[in-house]
Design a protein around this ligand. Structure first.
Ligand SMILES: [Cu+2]
Length: 316
């Protein structure tokens, strides 16, 4: 067997490669700091940490997997780049044509990835089971995707059924007019009360939910597949016609949380944002009571209209 002619090591090159990899790795911890659960900030490229125990668990797992991948990348690409420089043709290196396999090495590089995959699959599976366990929810909201808006129906709260409280949430009027080129409305001038630019991000009416409450979302659609995605919740669920997908979420702090439809659902897919307004429990209870009494009055008014119409009908 011909032995390869190996050149002498080039410590300056390998040291430069290691230094470059370390420099790249040192920038990465800055990314999570940019994650804002309520408003995405400029250059926010990492997953948001969200605003509840569940979303923090998702984020922690995501970061753990991320760092495992970074370590694997450093080892694999480190060896690759080091070998490229150390054994380059210009230094006289020649391939070992007689080499076919190395049993011990093959066992090692098969066993290590299998162990890494098992190590990642175990916490991921546990979190998946936890994420799908909606038992003990205190509020249930049915979410229906419609081309191209969201409908929310409140089903029950603290074990009590809620009747006739629902709302249609579609793209805010100013954004809708600006996107259609209505004269006099510029996308750049559309801002919320707090001065946040919210062109295409605001809706006619947000989904109002209480903080510190386990909320069960029953997600479905009436036409095509939509995707209910609010990054602060830590998950995304498909809204599929004829199926109910249940998931749960919670908000620890009051605020406005934004999301988007995450499945390409038609020509106005980009114009059906999601806005969730989390408010303290007492405020939510007041809001719900107002909505229930308004819904009750609407039912009475409609019934009275029907009775009046039947009374004024000419008797045959
Ligand atoms: Cu869509």
């Amino acid at each position: 067997m011909t032995q390869p002619v190996l050149p002498t090591a080039q410590p300056s090159v390998s040291r430069r490669v290691v230094r470059a990899l370390l420099a790249m790795a040192s920038v990465l911890p800055a990314f999570p700091a940019l994650a804002n659960p309520q408003h995405p900030s400029a250059w926010q490229i990492n997953l948001t940490r969200g605003d509840s125990g569940l979303s923090h668990d998702v984020w922690d797992l995501h970061m753990a997997v991320f760092w495992v991948c970074v370590c694997i990348g450093i080892v694999v690409y480190g060896v690759l780049v080091y070998s490229l420089f150390k054994f380059r043709k210009s230094k006289g290196a020649k391939p070992d044509t007689g080499f076919t396999h190395h049993t011990l090495l093959e066992v090692v590089w098969t066993t290590i990835p299998v162990l890494i995959l098992i190590g990642l699959a175990y916490p991921a599976s546990r979190l998946l089971v936890y994420e799908n366990n909606t038992a003990g929810s205190q509020l249930t909201v049915k979410v229906t995707g419609v081309q191209w808006l969201w409908r929310y129906d409140y089903v029950d709260y603290l074990g009590q059924p809620i009747r006739h409280v629902g709302l249609i949430s579609k793209l805010a009027e100013d954004s809708n007019e600006a996107r259609q080129g209505v004269p006099g409305i510029s996308p750049w001038n559309i801002k919320s009360k707090s001065g946040v630019r919210d062109y295409l991000l605001n809706v006619t009416e947000p989904l109002v939910v209480p903080t510190h409450t386990k909320i069960q979302f029953l997600i479905t659609s009436v036409d095509v597949i939509h995707g209910f995605w609010v990054p602060a919740l830590g998950w995304q669920a498909d809204a599929i016609p004829g199926q109910i997908h249940d998931a749960w979420g919670e908000f620890d702090n009051p605020g406005t949380y934004r999301g988007q439809c995450a499945q390409l659902c038609g020509q106005d897919h980009a114009y059906m944002p999601i806005v969730i307004k989390a408010v303290p429990r007492s405020e939510f209870q007041q809001w719900l009571a107002d909505r229930e009494s308004k819904a009750h009055m609407d039912v009475i008014s409609r019934t009275a209209q029907v009775v009046r119409a039947s009374e004024t009908q000419p008797q045959g």
